[in-house]
Design a protein around this ligand. Structure first.
Ligand code: BGC
Length: 782
């Protein structure tokens, strides 16, 4: 049932399964383009308008993106040093396939001219379509109803479609539709915010072939530097019983089919437009056109209605496994579902692409993939759609050779160092203190593999991909660290940056050291397991990576002797060796408008102080909670909370989860509120540049790992549920070793139910429960 709640602060009314807007305003247009973006993990289309936009400069960004489709540019440094990243990579803004211009006689349809008599835009999270329903009165007084429906197909990777209905309300006359492909596109260039824009200047995508005929058309383009090819094609079909004629237009960067229609009051004119994107990353160049034709034909044969039905069926399955219901807070409910929907839209699932930190919704961070994937987003997929999480890890395997090369550049004779930010696999961070220095990415990937294995037992993955990545990352840690006499000959890792980007190039960052230790231990454990269970694989890997038993044994020793700085008396962990030797940032004297600090202070000023951009030690306490006592969690949380600005969107979800674990329930709720609607309510002030994908997944973690207290350890899954005061109940589902478990929590009881699969062992607090056909559910009274 759809309910709407009043809402003072948000741009959108609180609805269960949709995001909608019943008036159009220029001020929120830019943000709306991100919110109403559609995608399928491959194609991403911002929620811009088919007819174009004539609002003020800076209030819109026309954007279409293809995951993994990028061009490079030479990074220019004032002063270069050895090993700096040389090339930047930017996910390209590609040919706009959405264009449908409407003219009523000589008057162009434009929402900023004439009068919007009726307007409703809806993103339907169950149907996976975007609908814009408009009644418009032209400046000359002609009234028309216009309904656009748009989808980016979840079931056909390269396909998007638009359905348009136009009904003249008070006139007979000429209506002209121009349905086009527009390749005159380029990316945003660098602005004065390091989070937006790229170093890619001018046009990157150059059109080299084009065609238009009978509603069918395409433009083929090539990137300047990577030499990737893209063909964007369209097939239009008009459904109209009265007369019309057709023209076409062909320019270098524009092809269009033009329908000149004799329109009559009350008679519906319908247009279906199928749009496809084919690239040389998926197909041989010479086969691209025939694949384009195939996919357009498939779209047209299925028809828009069938595509909608497929979209809904796909989403039914998605929500069956991933839905979270919250009774008692519609705003959170909406935020959660919106976030999960966008995660699905953002995620590459072909094993060759990944998740850009802004999804496929904008150009922030140039479309790069970060540790955001493994640390924040992967858990959502591991426990909801393990097949997708596997593909994300397979992507990392695909760039392993480049990570090996990078390790050599960084002075390591063996091992691999994954890039801090990349699309194609090379390190693209031009600012190494907060880029390459974040070696922890290696261990983040290793921990993600461990979690994936814990939840799936996918031995085939371990043998084919996982083990090699674990070994290569372990080799790197073993080479990077040293036994330092001054530190009692413990194994130290110096000169790295932890997750907190307001502190850089430090020795013994606790997060990094603990994560590296986990990486070393797990790689060692897997090596022993392989030796026992798949000796061939073990031997082959030893030969390929030039390692032997002694070296593998050393991983364990180095892990065991890892140096973890800590004040034994207080239980406080310094974030790194020198952290407590710095003055605490003067928060009292920092005006509100100076946040985020990174836009107002030189990095050195920030680095000299105890101030955190985001969870670092607190993140270690969450991910590796088994190594901290409850008292340590408490004192460290209290300490680090005071000095954390949350200037990164990756922070509040971790603080919410840990607040729950410690028992700070109000704080947990407050941080969760900051997380759940971050993009819908534009908390970070930059939703226009794209969604915050890691934070969106953080919302899921806040509920499942935070309020429901889910943890996995040594192959077991634990719950420790709590229900926030304002809620009457909440429920979610977890995939674990091929089973589907529903957890339902209300004010009186907690119920665990086996929905699919044979048998699952879970823990309610410390009590072990066996869910199977004979005993599929357990209920606990509070
Ligand atoms: C954060 C990083 C994150 C990046 C991309 C930065 O602001 O500090 O941790 O990986 O954004 O989301």
């Amino acid at each position: 049932m759809k309910k709407t709640q009043l809402n003072n602060k948000s741009l959108y009314p609180f609805e269960e399964w949709s995001i909608s807007q019943d008036h159009f305003d220029v001020d929120s247009n830019y943000i709306g383009e991100t919110i109403f973006a559609l995608g399928n993990g491959y194609i991403g289309m911002r929620g811009t308008f088919e007819e174009g936009y004539t609002g003020p400069k800076g209030s819109s960004l026309e954007g279409t993106y293809i995951n993994g489709f990028y061009d490079t540019y030479t990074i220019s440094y004032g002063e270069v040093a050895y090993g700096y990243a040389e090339k930047g990579q930017t996910m390209l803004n590609v040919t706009n396939g959405k264009v449908i211009r409407i003219y009523i006689d000589d008057e162009p349809f434009d929402m900023l001219r004439g009068e919007l008599v009726g307007y409703k835009r809806t993103l339907d999270l169950k149907k996976g379509i975007l609908i814009r329903d408009i009644t418009w009165r032209s400046p000359k007084g002609r009234e028309v109803k216009i309904v656009f429906k748009r989808l980016v197909s979840f079931t056909h990777k390269q396909l998007a479609a638009i359905h348009l209905d136009i009904i003249p309300i008070n006139f007979d006359g000429k209506i002209t539709l121009i349905t086009a492909l527009d390749a005159s596109v380029s990316n945003l260039t660098v602005e004065n915010d390091p989070r937006i824009g790229s170093g890619l200047k001018g046009k990157s995508l150059i059109a080299y072939d084009r065609k238009i005929h009978s509603g069918y058309g395409y433009i083929a383009s090539s990137t300047q530097n990577t030499d990737f090819k893209l063909i964007c094609g369209m097939k239009n079909s008009l459904e109209y019983t009265n007369s019309y004629s057709m023209d076409e237009e062909l320019q270098d960067e524009w092809v269009s089919s033009i329908y000149n229609i004799d329109a009559f009051k009350g008679q519906v004119i319908s247009l279906n437009k199928y749009i496809a994107y084919i690239t040389s990353l998926d197909f041989e160049e010479e086969d691209m056109l025939s694949h384009l034709d195939d996919i357009l034909e498939k779209g047209e044969n299925l028809g828009f209605e069938r595509l909608c039905a497929e979209q809904e069926e796909y989403l039914d399955k998605f929500w069956y496994r991933s839905n979270i219901s919250i009774d008692g807070d519609m705003s959170l409910q909406q935020g959660l579902r919106f976030n999960m929907f966008h995660l699905l839209q953002s995620t590459g699932r072909d094993g060759k692409t990944n998740i850009a930190s802004k999804g496929l919704t904008g150009e922030g961070y140039e479309g790069h993939y970060f540790w955001d994937t493994e640390t924040y987003i992967l858990p959502f997929f591991i426990y909801n759609h393990p097949d997708i999480s596997r593909q994300l890890l397979v992507y990392r395997y695909g760039i392993l050779d480049k990570a090996r090369e990078r390790a050599r550049q960084m002075g390591h004779k063996k091992g691999a160092l994954f890039p801090w930010r990349t699309i194609g696999g090379e390190e693209c961070s031009p600012y190494y203190p907060a880029g390459t220095a974040q070696y922890h990415i290696n261990a983040d990937i290793a921990l993600a593999i461990k979690k994936y294995m814990d939840a799936t037992g996918d031995v085939d993955f371990l043998i084919s991909y996982g083990a090699e990545m674990l070994f290569e990352t372990a080799i790197l840690w073993a080479d990077l660290g040293d036994f330092i006499p001054e530190k009692g000959n413990q194994f130290c890792i110096n000169g790295v940056t932890g997750p907190d980007e307001y502190t850089a190039i430090v020795n013994n960052n606790v997060y990094t050291n603990m994560m590296a230790r986990e990486n070393l231990w797990y790689a060692h454990e897997v090596a022993l397991w392989l030796k026992q269970n798949a000796e061939d694989v073990y031997r082959n890997l030893c030969t390929k990576l030039d390692i032997d038993e002694k070296e593998i044994g050393d991983w364990k020793i180095k892990g065991d002797r890892m140096y973890i700085p800590k004040d034994k008396k207080t239980g406080l962990y310094p974030q790194d060796d020198s952290f407590f030797q710095k003055a605490v940032w003067n928060f009292e004297q920092t005006p509100k408008e100076n946040y985020p600090l990174l836009l107002h202070y030189h990095p050195l000023v920030i680095y000299r102080h105890q101030v955190c951009k985001q969870a670092d030690l607190v993140l270690a306490m969450y991910l590796l909670g088994q190594y901290f006592t409850q008292q340590e969690k408490e004192v460290n949380y209290d300490y680090y909370e005071r000095i954390t600005t949350h200037d990164s969107s990756l922070s509040t979800c971790v603080f919410s989860i840990m607040a729950n674990e410690i028992g700070y329930r109000e704080k947990a709720y407050k941080y969760f509120m900051d997380t759940a609607r971050m993009d819908l309510d534009d908390y970070q002030g930059n939703t226009k540049d794209g969604i915050h994908a890691a934070n969106m997944a953080g919302t899921w973690m806040c509920v499942v790992n935070g309020f429901a207290g889910m943890r996995t350890m040594d192959g077991a899954i634990y719950f420790n549920p709590y229900i926030p005061e304002g809620w009457s109940g909440y429920s979610f589902r977890i995939n674990y070793h091929g089973t589907l478990i529903e957890v339902n929590i209300n004010r009186d009881e907690v119920a665990y139910k086996l929905l699919d699969g044979e048998r699952a062992v879970i823990y309610h607090k410390s009590e072990k429960l066996l869910l199977d056909k004979g005993h599929p559910s357990y209920i606990y009274k509070y």
